[in-house]
Write a protein that binds this ligand. Structure first.
Ligand SMILES: [Zn+2]
Ligand SMILES: [Zn+2]
Length: 157
């Protein structure tokens, strides 16, 4: 039996289109949506349709070569599996920051927890309110209190 690294799933050889997609994702250096990827490939010598892009992305995900995460807006972002990145996202304005390091890099599941699964990648997202949105919400809240106070002090007719 051929030697096989413990972390590389048995995947069929990628087609040239799939290689092209993976290469475009690597070159981007950041996560891309299917639309972004489609737009980047449109400029290349061998463009492909949006449906084809999604079909290959799904296949690459199934083979453990591409990872995917969803934004609060529902948009799916893709990156090569080896890219171990995590984000802090504002639930109000959607502003997102990449964390400097992976907080769970050393975390491993026990053999029992893995139930025979081959681990490929993990996702971990932090959500909160950015400073701007906190300020705006505080302002809105204090304006509401002020408005309530004014209407309470109005002389009754
Ligand atoms: Zn915000
Ligand atoms: Zn991580």
């Amino acid at each position: 039996m051929a030697h096989r690294s413990a972390l590389v799933p048995v995947a069929p050889k990628l087609s040239s289109r799939q290689e092209q997609l993976l290469e475009a994702l690597r070159r981007a250096g950041r996560e891309l949506s299917g639309q972004d990827l489609h737009a980047r490939l449109r400029a290349s010598a061998t463009p492909m349709g949006l449906a084809t892009v999604y079909r290959h992305l799904r296949q690459l995900q199934q083979w453990g070569r591409v990872r995917c995460r969803h934004l609060p807006s529902g948009e799916a972002l893709f990156a090569p599996t080896e890219c171990d990145e995590h984000h802090l996202t504002c639930v109000d304005c959607g502003q997102t920051h990449r964390l400097e390091h992976c907080p769970v890099h050393a975390l491993e599941l026990s053999g029992e927890e893995l139930r025979g699964y081959l681990p490929l990648f993990h996702t971990l997202e932090f959500y909160g309110l950015c400073p701007d949105c906190q300020r705006r919400q505080r302002r809105t809240a204090s304006e509401a209190v002020e408005a309530a106070g004014q209407s309470a002090s109005l002389p009754s007719a």
